[in-house]
Each structure stands twice: as C-alpha cells, then as structure tokens.
Design a protein around this ligand. Sequence first.
Ligand code: HEM
Length: 366
Amino acid sequence: MTAIEQAVRYHDGVEQKQENEDAMIDQIVASMGRVNRSVCDKHRHGMRDAHAKSHGILKGTLQVYGDLPEQLRQGVFAHPASYPAVMRLSTAPGDIHSDKIPAPRGIAIKLLDVPGPQLGADRQQARTQDFLLVNHPVIAFGHAAAYLKTQQLLEKHADDPDLARQATAALAHGGSKLLHAVGIANPILDTLGAPNSHILGVTFYSMAALRYGDYIAKICLAPLSDEVRALTGAALRSGAGDSELRDLVVDFFRTHGAEYELRVQLCTSLERMPVEDASIPWPEDESPYLPVAKLTIPPQEAYSPARRVFADDVLSFNPWHCIKAHRPLGSIMRARIRAYEASSAFRHTMNQQPRIEITHIDDVPN
Ligand code: HEM
C-alpha cells in the first residue's frame, strides 16, 4: 500500500495533553516575556520573541495543483485555487545578531482569500491561513516539558551574550552543541548544526504536525526553479557583512523570480509518526513529502523601508491564524497559542502599532 492509501484519519483523540501542560506553558510564556522585555529595553523597540531579524518580505502567488488524489485534496488545497501570499524571511533568535553567526532560517507565509471556517472565535471575519516553517524537519525540543527546560536555560544565561545567542539559536527551533556545555545533552542537536548557507536555497519545514483536513500531516517548502535550487548549500559570499542574508535576498529578487514547491507528508502511523513529540522525525521512506502547490515569487524590491517596517512591526504571523481544517497539533503547537499572542501583544504595544490582519495583497507596501 502507498503512503496515501495508509494515511491516518484525523479525529479529536489524536492529541493528548501532557501532565501539568498548562503550568509548563505558563512558565514558558512568562520566561519568554522576561527575555523579550530586556531585548526591547536594549533596542528601545519591540522585537519578536523569536525570529526577530527579517531578511526579506516577498509577495507571490500559491497555485494549488490540479489532479491531486483525494487524501491530498484537503483544506486550502481542496481545489486548484490560486492564493495571493506574503512571506517574511527570518533567522530564529529573538534579537538582532550578525548574519556571520549561523542561525536557523525561517519563512512565514500568509495566504489571503482562503475559503473555509477559521479556527479562532475572534477570527470569523478573517480569510487568511498562515504557515510558519524552519529549515529543519524536526524541532529538537518537541514538547512543552523539553521546551520549558531549554527556555529556562536560555533565560538563565541571557546576560552572557555569546551563550545566550547560541542558546537562542538552538532553542528557537534549531540546534547547537553549546547546549552540552550548559548541561543539556541531546543527540538530535548535534545533527542539526546548520551550515551558514544561502537562505533562498534551503527547504523549510513545519517541524510539528497539523490537521490536514480529514488527515494529519507535516508540510515543507522546497526550492523548485533552477535559480533557487542552485543556491542549495551555497556558502555566504566572502566578505559577507552583518546583513548578508538581506543583501542576498534583495540582490536576487532585483533580477530574478523564484518558484518553490509546497509538499505534504501524510501521517501513516501515529506510533511511528507521533504528533505529541515533534522531535521525532517522520520516516520519509514510509511517507514521502508529496507536491501539492507551487509558490511563484516574481522579481521585486524585497526590503524597502516601508516593507520592513510593515512586516516587522505591523504584521503578525501565527500558526493559529488558520482555518479549522489546518488546526496545529501537539504539545509544542499548543504552547505556541499563548507564546505568539504574548509576543505580538507586547511588540505592538511597545511600537504603538495596530494589530491588524490584512485583507488584500496591496495592504503590503512595495
Ligand atoms: C514547531 C515548530 C516551530 C516553527 C516551525 C516556528 C517558526 C517560526 C517562524 C517562521 C517565526 C517567524 C514569524 C514571523 O516572521 O513573523 C516564529 C516566530 C515566533 N515563534 Fe516560532 N516556531 C516554532 C515553534 C515555536 C515554539 C514552540 C514557540 C514557543 C513556545 C515559538 C515562539 C515564537 C514566537 C513568540 C514568535 C514571534 C511571534 C511574534 O511576535 O509575532 N515558536 N516561529
């Protein structure tokens, strides 16, 4: 049987809350808030608690493929629709560091004009679907208890710039051998040490599971057109500056467009592909990532001052900005409900910006 034929059906019992989960999430959010406030004090500006540094803000279109099998024809991918999309490229730490220091890369995607009921009671007017992705297939701290332990470590070392910087990179969705030095041994971390390569050539993953309509899945976004595939593994330019990633993105999109493919890995066994521990890789030989849509990004000015301010200070991306058919699943996703809300509320208050959801792609300035 193929992975498609074996896809596990979604039901409410798929998620199982951890013992003391609410209390652990309270502690995660409180600790993140304390660190975030001190970063804000340093810069006199509200930053994202994770993925503070942006490297490009892009507009494009996501085209869902026709002729998908029923198991892949789900949620926003149910029809061969075309959605306007805005993307924010970032690196993981919750502070602004030099791009010479390797850090996990992120992309946040907001699709507009999506059909279907929204998940949040306060979002019934919204027509957006966000996907937040990082360039690793798993998150090393895959449930609330593990995440709390590392967050506490990060806070404890927040005044040590080097330690904090690397621990932040590790915590905020990647890995670092440094955590061994401060008392956390995790073999997964050693395999995640990311090379400092071109941000447009990486494959980005949801790392944690989400509801995929009647099924359960993880998703990824992979370079598709020749120009971005050629950047996979490409080292940063010699003499790279502190804002090298932004410079690479801006230079690229001044003269090129790009295509990426959105792919879906269906869960075919809840034992071997758990939703509650996002540190466990789902075996790709058992269930490969299957193409469902193409993201096309035309040439554009990727980091104008107006775009940067809008994306960094006004826009919010959040995995819980979604339709019911793409509900985030598992302990780490539940921790994100309050973490993103708290981070965005603080950032918007400190920068005195409105908390809005866009309705039209032209809301994003050029
Ligand atoms: C499961 C894997 C995860 C992925 C793929 C992921 C990815 C991302 C990305 C791409 C961003 C940048 C969003 C933007 O550009 O606006 C982000 C921001 C953020 N992440 Fe995560 N993340 C994950 C897990 C977590 C967890 C477990 C927490 C905390 C419990 C967390 C807390 C945050 C916060 C607070 C922000 C900033 C939100 C804001 O101020 O708007 N993330 N994440």
